[in-house]
Design a protein around this ligand. Structure first.
Ligand SMILES: Nc1ncnc2c1ncn2[C@@H]1O[C@H](COP(=O)(O)OP(=O)(O)O)[C@@H](O)[C@H]1O
Ligand SMILES: Nc1ccn([C@@H]2O[C@H](COP(=O)(O)OP(=O)(O)O)[C@@H](O)[C@H]2O)c(=O)n1
Ligand SMILES: [Mg+2]
Length: 239
């Protein structure tokens, strides 16, 4: 194994390398991307590298995901977008989804996960961003049970409430939940149900917390550093 890192010895200490190689995210990178990784039977022939992107409503998840996707080659799956598409299609769950979204509540996990599963299976990249999911411990536990994997990485956008409200009210996408009454409910659901998910993955050392104030580019510079260091490690580990 150490022969693979020989060329790095001038730029990075052995102790640092040892700590990186024990890091679960790096281990997954080795398994996912290295040239001698085995085929474990997953549809795409390699296990996808899954990143959950979390943050309150209006914290900038969708905006930053688009940039990560275009610069780092990730597939961007937005749970909210998948639900809105399902809501607008002639689906048996359309009415239920509409009512739940309008109330700022969480759609039952079975529905959301089946949409996410389908999207993962048709994704063209084995690096996947799942934006706005899991929204609750129920979402999280159901995903881990049904899909059978945990995320490799969790990005959490931390943003003050007044900034999130300002951004949502300026979003202008004609969404049925972007009004003050529903926003208040969504903020409460975020604190009560989504923060426990962030805490769960923090305790497992998977969360990268990003300060989500400033311009889109300033925030992306913080995000870019996380993914650039992963890409650097991938390049080192798979040569
Ligand atoms: N850093 C930023 N500063 C100002 N407005 C932003 C910023 N990031 C995103 N926005 C805008 O705020 C709104 C919410 O962003 P969005 O990415 O949809 O957030 P989320 O997916 O977390 O709800 C959008 O109109 C977006 O263009
Ligand atoms: N995992 C999820 C994601 C979204 N949703 C619903 O979809 C709504 C919009 O989600 P979204 O991720 O598009 O919203 P933003 O945080 O991007 O503003 C949420 O308020 C929930 O009602 C859900 O029920 N379960
Ligand atoms: Mg969004």
């Amino acid at each position: 194994m150490w022969r693979r890192f020989a060329h790095l010895s001038l730029s990075i200490s052995r102790t640092k390398l040892q700590s990186l190689v024990r890091d679960p995210t790096v281990l997954k990178l080795i398994n996912t991307f290295s040239s001698d990784a085995g085929n474990d039977g997953v549809a795409s022939s390699r296990k996808p590298f899954i990143t959950f992107v979390l943050g309150g409503p209006g914290s900038g998840k969708g905006t930053q995901c688009e940039k990560i996707a275009s610069i780092f080659g990730f597939a961007h799956l937005s749970a909210g977008e998948l639900l809105r598409e399902e809501m607008s299609s002639p689906s048996e769950n359309g009415e239920l989804i509409r009512n739940v979204i309008k109330e700022g509540k969480i759609v039952p996990s079975a529905i959301t996960i089946s949409l996410i599963k389908r999207a993962i299976n048709s994704a063209t990249s084995d690096k996947i961003l799942i934006d706005g999911f899991p929204r609750s411990e129920e979402n999280r536990i159901a995903f881990e049970k049904i899909i059978g994997v945990e995320p490799d990485l969790v990005i959490f956008f931390e943003c003050p409430e007044e900034e999130m409200v300002k951004r949502i009210l300026g979003r202008n996408q004609g969404r049925i939940d972007d009004n003050m009454e529903t926003i208040r409910k969504r903020l409460k659901v975020f604190e009560d149900l989504n923060m426990p998910v962030v805490e769960h993955y923090s305790s497992k050392g998977k969360v990268h917390k990003i300060t989500a104030t400033g311009t889109v580019d300033e925030i992306f510079e913080r995000v870019r550093q996380v993914f650039a260091s992963l890409r650097y490690l991938k390049a080192c580990l798979s040569f």
